[in-house]
Design a binder for this molecule. Sequence first.
Ligand SMILES: *Cc1c(COP(=O)(O)O)cnc(C)c1O
Length: 469
Amino acid sequence: MNDHPLRHIPKVDALLQHPRVQALVKRHSRRRVTQAIRRFLEHLRRGVLHQGEQLPPHEQLLDQLEHYVQRQCRNPLQVVINATGVLLHTGLGRSPLAPAAVQALAHCGGNYASVELDLESGRRSQRVLAVAPLLQELTGAEAAVVVNNNAAATLIALAALAQGREVVVSRGQLVEIGGSFRLPEVMAMSGARLREVGTTNKTRLSDYQQAIGPRTAALMRVHTSNFRIVGFTQEVPLAELVALGRRYDLPVIDDIGSGVIVPLDLPELEQEPVAAASVSQGAELVLFSGDKLLGGPQCGIIVGRRRWVEQIARHPLMRALRVDKLTLAALAATLELYLELDQARDQLPLLRMLHTPLDTLKRRAQRLVRRLLQQAPALEPRAVREVGYFGGGSVPTQQLPTWCVALCPQHASLDQLARALRTGSPPVVPRVQKERLLLDLRTVFPAQDSTLAESAVRAWQRCQPQGEG
Ligand SMILES: *Cc1c(COP(=O)(O)O)cnc(C)c1O
C-alpha cells in the first residue's frame, strides 16, 4: 500500500502554498480556488483509480491545475470577440453600445441620479421623461414609454388595451422569435384573445373586417422579422389597416420588431419597417426593440397616441416591466446620436460595422492571414469572400458581403479548434462551416485584430497534443 500512486497526489493545503497557486488566489479568492483544487484532485484520483492513469510530473500537474482553476473560476459572462459575422447575435448580447451610451451608463451607475425626481419643482416625476421627449421627436409620436424588452412591450400593450377582449391578427404574422417568444402565447399571457384571420400566405382587408365584432379591442400587425413568405402572398398595408381601424374606432398596434427608428437610407435595410413611418401612417401604437437595429440597450420601446400610451403607463404590469436608470441613461445617449444622422453613422458600432467597405475588410483579412501563416501555418489560413447576416431576427434574407479568414486546421478537428477559440482569453466566437472555421471581420472591431491573431495562435497551440488541453 505504501507506494500506491494515490499517496503521491498532492494535498490541497500544500498546493495552496505554491507561488503559482498563490497568484491564482490573489486573482480569484481563496474560497473559489480551494473549491476548484478539490474538484481537480478528485478528477485526478478517479483517473488514477479507475482508468489506471499515471500522475503527471509535478510541473505539468501545476500547469493543468492552473488551467483548470482559471476555467472554473471564470465568470460565464465574458467579453468576447464576435467573429461570427452576425451583427445582432442574440447569444452575444445583440448590439454593442456607442461610446456615449457606455459613458452615460457608467456615470449614472456609479452615482445617484434623478430617475424619478423633477429637479425644478422637487416633486416626484416619471422615469420615462429621460427618453420620452427624444422618442417623440424622432418618431413624431405624441407619447412614449419604455419597458424591459419588446416581448414585454407586446405583453403590456395587449394587457392594457385588450384584456378579456379580442385582437385581430393575420395568420401569416403569428411569429415565433427565438428564445420562446411566440405571439399566440404572449397574447394568452396578456389576457387578450387572439382572433386569427386569413391564411399563412394571404390575408385581405375583408378578412380583418369580417372578424370585427363587439368583443374586438384592437387590430395588430406583426413584422415577420425572421422569415419571409415568398410567392403567392398578400398582406394588408398598414395604412389600409389603420383606415379600417378608424372606421370601427379600433386602435392598430404595430409590432415592427427590430425597428429602424428613422429612415437611414441604407439599401441593406430597405425591407425593415421604420418606426417614424408607422407613426406617420397612423398606427396608434408602435412597438420595437432597443437592442436590435437601433443599437441601444435591451429594452422595448412603445410610441404612439397619448391616450393609449398613458393607459399602458398606468397598468399594474408597468411596475414589473419598467427599466432601470442604466437602461434609461444608455438609451437616452443612443437616441441623442440619432438627432444628427451623421453622428449616428459615425458612433454607433452597428452602423459602423455595416458601413465598413469591403476593401477594408479584405485588407484586414489579408493582414491576419500573413500573421497566422508565420505563427501557425498548420491552420492553413486563407482570406475568403463570404456572406454574413444581420441575425437577431432582423432582415433575414439580406446577405451582407464580407471578408473572412478561413481556417482548415491540420491534425485537429474543427470542433476542437472552435472550442479552444471560445475558451481562450479573450474568447473568440468563430463561424463554423462544414469543412472550415471562419473568422468574419465584419463584426470584429478593428482594434481587436491583433488580439484576434494572438488568440487564434494560442488556441492552435492548445489543440496540439502537448498543449494544455
Ligand atoms: C425581436 C422581436 C420581438 C421580441 O423582442 P425582444 O426585444 O427580443 O423581446 C418581438 N416581436 C418581433 C416582431 C421581433 O422581431
